[in-house]
Design a protein around this ligand. Structure first.
Ligand code: CP
Ligand code: NVA
Length: 312
């Protein structure tokens, strides 16, 4: 009997599986390869969003439709979970109705409990700690631009947050040369760095600095994310002050390789973590990243459903 597979963070996939998903995503994007329209036929995917979303919510919905499945969007407030039903009980019940769960929530432990409680694949659509679906699409985007992942130099400049954590785990899986620059006190969590090294499958390097110029030097890609993530709004003034020297702007871009490309998971705040000039320049590939959410998640869903045997 096959066991179900979840995607709670990048460590849930072996490197070979990541490459398989990226390859399938490329095929879906270009229309090559097997027909995708029946992969989720007669299948329903529940999507629970307890935080706002544009890209993740819409791209999953469209991906499920393209795979021939049905999506069921649920806000946390309309479930009994919001009134105290346990996450595990919710998982057991949903497992009797639907074939997979996509969830965006605050605490990472909630997606772990959902995955443990049920017997269908659970996909993490962002928690306070991780954003693995974003990292998967980012790998697809980097691969498309440079035809390789191993040894690619990626500078992440900004908050050591959920997006940064997932890039760290992705880097160890595929062998990126990742240089993270954060203000003091906003570095990624030490246990995520340990987790990355424990799951490393390709040679590469991950370094942390408080100097954006050091991270950006000779970079192939410079990546940033908002200074204030969802749920941190009360800290936004303080964060604006502390992150002031960490904007991705023309001066920082000039430190990188001549053909550097600029990444951002979006939504962006022009004038804060990224200047409008850089965001809207030909170097910016942020909308390619956004598009790739669709193709990467379609391939991920297909993989998880097949691996879990739930398309038998
Ligand atoms: N990048 C990303 O996850 O965007 P949304 O919050 O709009 O889903
Ligand atoms: N770090 C951001 C990512 C949004 C996609 C947040 O959690 O709000």
């Amino acid at each position: 009997m096959r066991t179900k597979r979840d995607f709670l963070n990048m460590t849930d996939l072996k490197t070979e599986e990541i490459f398989g998903i990226l390859s399938r995503a490329g095929d879906y994007k270009t229309g090559r390869g097997a027909d995708q329209s029946a992969v989720l036929r007669h299948k329903t995917v529940a999507m629970i969003f307890k935080k706002p979303s544009t890209r993740t919510r819409v791209s999953f919905d469209v991906a499920i439709a393209k795979l021939g499945g049905h999506s069921l969007a649920l806000s946390g407030a309309e479930l009994q979970m919001g009134r105290g039903e346990t996450t595990e009980d919710t998982a057991k019940v949903l497992s009797r109705y639907v074939d997979a769960i996509v969830i965006r929530t605050n605490q990472h432990s909630e997606v772990v409990d959902l995955a443990t409680g049920g017997d269908i694949p659970v996909i993490n659509a962002l928690t306070d700690n991780f954003h693995p679906c974003q990292a998967l699409a980012d790998l697809l985007t980097i691969y498309e631009k440079r035809s390789k992942l191993s040894g690619v130099r990626l500078a992440y400049v900004g908050d050591g947050n959920n997006v940064c954590h997932s890039l760290i785990l992705a880097a160890a899986k595929v062998g990126l040369d990742l240089r993270v620059a954060c203000p003091t006190g906003y570095e990624p969590k030490a246990d995520v760095l340990k987790l990355a090294e424990a799951h490393r499958e390709r040679p590469g390097s991950i370094s942390i600095t408080n100097d954006p110029a050091e991270a950006a030097a000779e970079a192939d890609f410079i990546y940033t994310d908002v200074w204030t993530s969802m749920g941190q709004d009360a800290e936004s003034e303080e964060r604006r002050r502390k992150f002031a020297g960490f904007q991705v702007n023309a001066a920082l871009v000039a430190k990188a390789k001549k053909n550097v490309q600029i990444m951002h998971c979006l939504p962006a705040h022009r004038g804060e973590e990224i200047s409008a000039e850089v965001m809207d320049s030909p170097r910016s590939i942020v909308f390619d990243q956004a598009e790739n959410r669709l193709h990467a998640q379609a391939a991920l869903l297909a993989f998880l459903i097949e691996e879990s045997g739930s398309n038998d």
